[in-house]
Design a protein around this ligand. Structure first.
Ligand code: ZN
Length: 412
């Protein structure tokens, strides 16, 4: 497995050089470097005897159908687009690893049909909508999105055509009933496995999240002539609320709601000048937690806090909900098989939730889906220093062998 692991890591590093921006890895949906990635994936897949095609949304799909395989196939994969200034392993690692899983299935003569999907889009960077690839595969692609424009005014429809795709054929990308399930491999993108000294974890579900926009409206005025007690400072109100969010959720995370996280990551102040009292402050808010009841309870509580702060300061307050995504559970049967594969290889069996969204979340709406995390050294992701340990890559290849043997014997 060592040779396979080395090849996986070398390929991820090579693909990181296929970028829109010299000197850093940025590869948005269907941008030019995607062609080079497809060429490399095609080469790797064809060398194994896989049949390769690109669907209308730009997913590269390789089919392995050995003699004696049943009608149903197992789907494997992850995504090949990136955030700006990305690392080499987010998404791409899962694609390269699962191509090696096919190599292992071939080596062991497993009578199992496998399709590896390199999803064209997961991060939502170019059109502000994530999961374009897996939406098409699950039949959840809303063709109204074709009219969206990127930062350069290029519509999604035009981007697809420029890449040689036919947007009218998107529905052909949808899978049928001849699918066993989907398994995604991905780096953890967090510090949990490293802290516990464990190479891999079986994901139990993708944590639900709620996002809001909140707006505090005060009165912009001269910073020199307006006495403190006559001010209606929107930024001060927002700041008081942000501190309250952190304090309360931090306490909840260690007591009533272990693992809950909430973040205010964006604030827009008007007029945003050093000598003017802020007239308005718009802040983002997101909260992630597996229990929808607790997540909603905290959301209501924090909105009430914001209302109270605004009232006390004589400031206007309004809020809108941007997203309310329920927790998506992974398939029990496939996850059990993954856990037993981990155990058979002698690694600690760890189960954990995913705080980040993944294609697996979309796929789970259509087919039984499971997910395996690999440890992220330093807990770092979405950054050029993102990495993976060769031993962990080897571990996930060993697990692949055990897992595919279990699937093949169940299907056959
Ligand atoms: Zn990813």
């Amino acid at each position: 497995m060592k040779e396979r692991a080395e090849r996986v890591i070398a390929d991820c590093r090579r693909i990181a050089l296929m970028t829109e921006e010299p000197g850093r890895t940025t590869r948005r949906f269907l941008t030019e470097p995607t062609r080079a990635v497809h060429a490399l994936l095609r080469e790797r897949m064809e060398a194994l005897g896989m049949r390769v095609a690109v669907d209308a949304v730009g997913n590269l799909r390789g089919l392995w159908k050995p003699r004696g395989a049943g009608v149903k196939r197992l789907l494997l994969g992850s995504h090949i687009d990136t955030v700006p200034d990305a690392g080499a392993f987010d998404g791409v690692l899962g694609v390269m690893l699962t191509i090696e899983w096919v190599g292992i299935a071939r080596e062991f003569g497993l009578p199992l049909a496998i399709e590896v999907i390199a999803f064209s889009e997961e991060e939502g960077m170019r059109y502000g909508v994530p999961f374009l690839g897996s939406r098409a595969v699950t039949g959840a692609f809303d063709t109204a999105m074709l009219k969206l424009s990127d930062a350069d005014g290029v519509t999604m429809d035009a981007a697809m055509r420029a890449f040689g795709l036919n947007p009218a054929k998107i529905e052909d990308a949808e899978i049928g009933d001849d699918v066993i399930g989907f398994v995604e491999l991905h780096i953890e993108q967090g510090p949990v496995l490293e802290a516990e000294g464990i190479p891999v974890a079986v994901v139990e579900g993708i944590t639900g999240q709620t996002r809001l926009n909140l707006r505090f409206t005060g009165q912009a005025n001269h910073a020199g002539t307006t006495p403190m007690h006559l001010r209606r400072d929107a930024l001060a109100a927002a700041a008081e609320w942000v501190a309250k969010v952190e304090k309360q959720i931090r306490a909840a995370a260690t007591t009533t709601d272990p693992g809950i996280v909430a973040t205010v990551g964006r604030i827009v102040v008007e007029p945003n000048a050093g000598n003017v009292i802020a007239g308005s402050a718009e802040v983002s808010f997101e909260i992630r937690y597996g229990s929808s009841a607790a997540r909603h309870r905290w959301t209501r509580k924090l909105i009430a806090d914001a209302e109270a702060i605004a009232k006390m300061r004589g400031i206007g307050f309004e809020w809108t909900e941007k997203l309310d995504q329920q927790t998506v559970r992974m398939d029990r049967g496939l996850s059990t098989m993954l856990r037993s594969a981990v155990k058979a290889c002698g690694y600690p069996v760890k189960t954990m939730p995913s705080g980040a969204g993944h294609d697996a979340m979309v796929m789970a709406g259509r087919v039984p889906t499971a997910m395996l995390f690999l440890r992220s050294p330093g807990g770092i992701s979405h950054h050029p220093t993102e990495s993976v340990l060769e031993a962990d890559v080897e571990a996930s290849l060993n697990i692949g062998r055990e897992f595919l043997m279990r699937i093949a014997s169940r299907v056959g």
